[in-house]
Design a protein around this ligand. Structure first.
Ligand code: GLY
Ligand code: MN
Ligand code: MN
Length: 460
């Protein structure tokens, strides 16, 4: 077997263990149905196709809520959950088959096969929605539906309710209640199968960061590191990044959502790469910052070590029973202490934290939930209190230090440097697992990996 074939079969076998079966989708629906209550109904629409230019669409991505409950990959579909309905509690509306359109756009399941494929009770053509859905709404006390995301469907539902209200003998209309709270609470706790998918997404992403580090050298353009990242994603079967890849050399690292990725990488600068793939609907979100020429300068190293220590202090607080704010608070303390040691902040650490003075250099939170969406669903506070961490939760840990290029209050040698280190962390019953650990992040590991490539001198 050739090396390429071996690499291909390795990726294929790593991917094979991760598919989510229809039993898990059924379990998720059953959990949501149990939370809804018998006199209610829930509506979850599929994503719409998005026009990219004239008659060409962006690659279709299914809505995460809809995907979570069905595994159904087509647009123009709608899931209806009806707790207690004797003829079946889960119904799907979807496109009918169409021989002509399928020649151009590929196969559609059609209602009959979709019901079987997704383990749903029944499926109807989406074109029959106006005839069927109003009858299903009638007599239910509550409709769980998240308004505001699909304006056309919002209007359609309001028309249905108006018609029901005006019908002779009407006893009133169901109350509309947002579904996000209940559904997103389920999505926050990842199953073993979901953890495997997230681990695979992080593993592919770590490999991509390694590949970019190995290629990195002065004179390359930022987009050339992006190319290494995207190559690794697609090659491993993760066709899309979970969010636009950020490759920011030098002071471009100070722009939080930088993604033009068009500048040349300069000898002596750091480069910040924030990139994660989406694998089978699950996201990775990983940042590494490293010297373009493979060697940290003393100033870069001093700042980098603070961010690394801040990240470790945050990870050390992730355990069941601690709350969501503890990792952030730990990272703020370690960062502030480090900045005081370096003379970038002056004063007492508690006071600098209390006044928020540290925010001049560290202006974002230490992380967010991670799952199907990169900034995943789930409340961070419950009844006004920070949420307690529990097994099954997955989050990023991503402190940073960013020193504005024109900050005259700090010595010049520090200006224009942006550093973030971001990992994906799962809290399981066995403890904490850093899913993206294979992407090097200590100074020694980064310099070792990058030292294997030759620096060819400054081209720009
Ligand atoms: N890449 C988006 C984030 O780090 O939150
Ligand atoms: Mn990120
Ligand atoms: Mn993030």
């Amino acid at each position: 077997m050739s090396v390429a074939m071996m690499a291909g079969s390795k990726a294929a076998s790593a991917n094979a263990a991760t598919a989510i079966g229809k039993a898990e989708y059924a379990r998720r629906r059953a959990r949501l149905i149990a939370a809804l209550g018998d006199d209610s109904l829930a509506i979850v629409p599929a994503a719409r196709e998005q026009l990219r230019s004239r008659d060409t669409y962006f690659p279709f991505r299914q809505d995460s809520d809809f995907h979570y409950l069905t595994g159904f990959e087509e647009p123009e579909a709608l899931l209806v959950l009806m707790p207690g309905r004797a003829q079946g509690e889960s119904l799907l509306f979807c496109r009918e088959r169409n021989a002509e359109k399928e020649i151009w756009d590929g196969p559609r399941l059609g209602p009959e096969r979709a019901a079987e494929h997704c383990g749903l009770c029944d499926a109807f053509p989406i074109g029959d929605l106006d005839d069927i859905l109003p009858g299903l709404l009638e007599g239910r006390a509550r409709i769980y539906y998240s308004m505001g995301r699909f304006p056309q469907l919002d209007r359609r539902l309001q028309n249905y309710l108006h018609t029901i209200d005006n019908a002779p003998g009407s006893t009133g209309v169901p109350e509309m209640v947002g579904l996000d709270h209940l559904l997103h609470d389920l999505r926050l706790y990842k199953s073993a199968q979901e953890l495997r998918l997230l681990a695979r997404a992080a593993e592919i992403t770590a490999e991509a960061h390694r590949r970019a580090m190995v290629r990195c050298q002065p004179g390359l353009f930022e987009y050339q590191l992006e190319a290494e990242i995207l190559h690794t994603f697609v090659d491993a079967g993760a066709r899309e990044p979970a969010y636009p890849t950020i490759v920011g050399g030098g002071k471009n690292a100070l722009v939080m959502h930088y993604c033009s990725n068009a500048a040349p990488l300069k000898n002596g600068d750091l480069v910040l790469v924030d990139a994660g793939c989406e694998f089978r609907g699950y996201a990775a979100d990983v940042t590494r910052t490293y010297p373009v020429n493979g060697r940290f300068s003393p100033v870069q190293k001093a700042l980098y070590e603070i961010v690394l220590a801040a990240q470790q202090s945050a990870i050390d607080t992730i355990r069941a029973g601690n709350d969501w704010d503890q990792p952030h608070a730990a990272s703020v303390r370690t960062t502030t202490e480090g900045l005081v040691d370096l003379g970038l902040l002056r004063g007492d650490v508690d006071g600098l934290i209390e006044s928020g003075a540290y925010r001049r250099f560290y202006m974002h939170r230490a992380g967010h939930w991670l799952g199907m969406d990169v900034h995943d669903a789930g409340d961070y506070r419950v009844h006004g209190q920070w949420r307690q961490l529990e097994a099954g939760m997955v989050m990023t840990v991503e402190p940073g230090i960013y020193i504005a290029a024109d900050d005259k209050q700090v010595p010049e040698k520090f200006r224009g440097i942006g550093i973030r280190i971001e990992d994906d962390v799962a809290l399981t019953r066995d403890g904490v697992q850093v899913l993206s650990a294979a992407a090097p992040k200590t100074v020694a590991d980064i310099e070792y990996l990058m030292g294997e490539t030759e620096v060819q001198g400054e081209l720009w």
